[in-house]
Design a protein around this ligand. Structure first.
Ligand code: FE2
Length: 231
């Protein structure tokens, strides 16, 4: 058993994928990326792990998931947040739900804002925030039902109320940072620390970001778990 998650990186989209392992050899993977399916399977083989679950934090706009393919190849169950329109998932995750594998459990926290359905996952004091909370930043809030006000509330009411020592494992990082803590982000996050709700909403509205290059391809593909056709 590893008490830390195994963190894997996709350099094209700066996406982090995480593997969590239980003592009995069962594992869960969070936000796997299509082009790294073989790499991720090789990690599981090398570590003698059986994949029980593939979990999505949301329907991504910047890369395509390998959850559907991993399900085919390993028999893992695909789990997606109920509010993300990912119909072929084996489980539609609701706020507060537990995903159990071996002696381990992952708690689902609905943290809307980046997208309406976005969730974070909590496991052994490790928080996997998807694009809700990034290290010294946060995900954009201008598409897929995104809402700056909802993101602010999710972070302040749900995430910043967790213990300061909770480790923050983001869905992306663009500057080579790999892990942070709730205490650090509460005090130093450039967008969220010490900023009022209206100020944050105005800041997000002023970002004026270009559409992600892959959004028209990636979101529909991710709603099929990355498979060419609905499973
Ligand atoms: Fe995203």
């Amino acid at each position: 058993m590893h008490i830390n998650p195994i963190q894997l990186f996709d350099a094209e989209s700066s996406t982090y994928t995480y593997i969590l392992a239980a003592a009995n050899g069962e594992a869960a993977i969070i936000d796997p990326v299509d082009r790294h399916c073989e790499r991720d399977l090789a990690h599981l083989r090398r570590l003698g792990l059986r994949l029980a679950y593939a979990l999505e934090t949301h329907a991504h706009a910047d890369h395509v998931t390998s959850s559907g393919r991993l399900r085919e190849l390993t028999g893992a169950l695909a789990c997606a947040p109920s509010g993300c329109g990912i119909a072929p998932a084996d489980r539609q995750l609701e706020d507060g739900e537990l995903v159990r594998f071996g002696d381990e459990q992952i708690t689902v926290l609905h943290t809307p804002g980046h997208t309406a359905g976005s969730v974070s996952f909590l496991w052994r004091g490790n928080l996997f925030t998807g694009d809700t909370l990034l290290i010294d930043g946060c995900g954009r809030t201008d598409f897929q039902g995104g809402s700056a006000g909802a993101l602010y509330d999710s972070v302040h009411a749900r995430l910043f109320t967790l213990p300061d020592a909770t480790r923050v494992w983001p869905g992306h990082d663009y500057r080579g940072q790999s892990v942070s803590t709730i205490g650090w982000e509460k005090r130093h996050n450039a967008r969220l620390a010490g900023r009022g709700r209206e100020d944050f909403i105005a800041l997000m509205a002023a970002l004026d970001l270009p559409q992600p290059k892959l959004i028209d391809v990636a979101v529909p593909a991710n709603r099929r778990l990355g498979l060419a056709h609905a499973a």
